[in-house]
Design a binder for this molecule. Structure first.
Ligand SMILES: NC(=O)c1ccc[n+]([C@@H]2O[C@H](COP(=O)([O-])OP(=O)(O)OC[C@H]3O[C@@H](n4cnc5c(N)ncnc54)[C@H](OP(=O)(O)O)[C@@H]3O)[C@@H](O)[C@H]2O)c1
Length: 295
């Protein structure tokens, strides 16, 4: 299996890259701004850079896990968000098609308005911010142009990437440094451990599934409870957690308040791979120990 992984330096990408190597598939992973050993550079803003990697590797499967994922940055720089998340996806679709490869596109629960989560695959998307809109437009392009696709929507990812940039990791870092952290009691999602998502993606590829799948953690939980669970499992002081309302955080982009994903459809194929917060945070802690990761 020749697999091209765009965004191999990200939270999901780092984990997926390592898991695929263990399977001994032929993989080429890409980074954009954060160089990492073994990865090739690919910038979704530059068609030539996409073409160069595709022409060199000629993949059979392409996983597009790269793009602008900073929700507030998308709101501040909509042109950049569109260029990377929509136009970049279109260029990847064209090259994937030209190679006759299958496309696996990563999307988000932020395509929903957050009034009534967790959402099923067939629920009506209604993004409330630019990030969600660009991901939905990219999904539409994948569905319209690609001949053989898998769209995997996920939610609130946590895991370890090469740079340690992730909400859960930042929370742990701050609390270990005795810093107060704010967590919203009225902001819900289904937090997803990157290792569980990576294993699920590999399985869906192996079984040649196509269409849209929701892959996320089993628990629909608010941020305050989630951060409390992190502090409990990592042995951090709970008194450092400030319980706030999402509006007190004054974030640039509007958030879908109750998004998250219903995973009943994928659960039928994936069974034990989909896990809840207790197990996922426990595995994150094990992963920290295994790689000697210092937060
Ligand atoms: N994080 C979440 O909570 C979450 C929730 C739902 C869905 N998702 C989706 O899941 C996927 C993976 O998310 P993640 O959290 O693993 O992402 P991430 O950690 O933010 O990583 C983003 C990746 O995209 C690459 N990238 C950024 N700009 C690029 C560009 N112009 N051209 C090519 N690559 C570029 C980054 O490379 P460099 O770092 O080297 O620049 C990095 O490898 C994304 O599609 C995201 O929309 C994420």
């Amino acid at each position: 299996m020749k697999l091209l992984l765009v965004g191999a330096s990200g939270v999901l990408g780092s984990r997926l890259y390592n898991d695929v190597i263990k399977k001994k598939w032929d993989i080429l992973g890409t980074y954009c701004s954060h160089e990492h050993e073994g990865l090739f550079r690919l910038d979704l803003r530059q068609r030539k850079s996409i073409e160069k990697v595709f022409n060199f590797f000629n993949p059979e499967v392409v996983i597009l896990a790269g793009g602008i994922t900073d929700v507030d940055l998308c709101e501040k720089r909509p042109g950049l968000a569109e260029e990377v998340n929509i136009k970049g996806t279109l260029d990847v679709i064209k090259k994937t098609r030209a190679c006759g490869a299958r496309l696996v596109f990563l999307s988000t629960d932020y395509i929903f308005d957050g009034r009534n989560g967790p959402y099923k695959e067939e629920d009506m998307p209604e993004p409330v911010n630019i990030y969600g809109r660009t991901k939905l437009e990219a999904e539409t392009a994948v569905r319209g142009i690609s001949h053989d696709y898998l769209i995997i929507r996920t939610a609130q990812l946590y895991g370890v990437n090469h740079r340690g940039k992730n909400y859960a990791v930042k929370i742990i870092q701050n609390m270990r440094n005795n810093k107060e952290v704010s967590a919203a009691y009225d902001f819900y999602s289904t937090p997803t451990y990157a290792g569980a998502l990576s294993g699920s993606i590999i399985k869906l590829i192996e079984k040649k599934h196509t269409g849209i799948f929701h892959i996320a953690g089993k628990d629909f939980t608010d941020r305050y409870s989630y951060v409390s669970k992190i502090s409990e499992i990592f042995g951090l002081k709970k008194t450092l957690i400030k319980k706030v309302s999402l509006k007190d955080l004054h974030l640039t982009a509007r958030r879908p308040l109750k998004a998250g994903l219903n995973t009943d459809k994928a659960g039928k194929f994936l069974g034990g791979l989909l896990i809840g917060v207790d197990k996922g945070i426990g595995l994150l802690k094990d992963e920290f120990h295994e790689i000697g990761y210092k937060v």
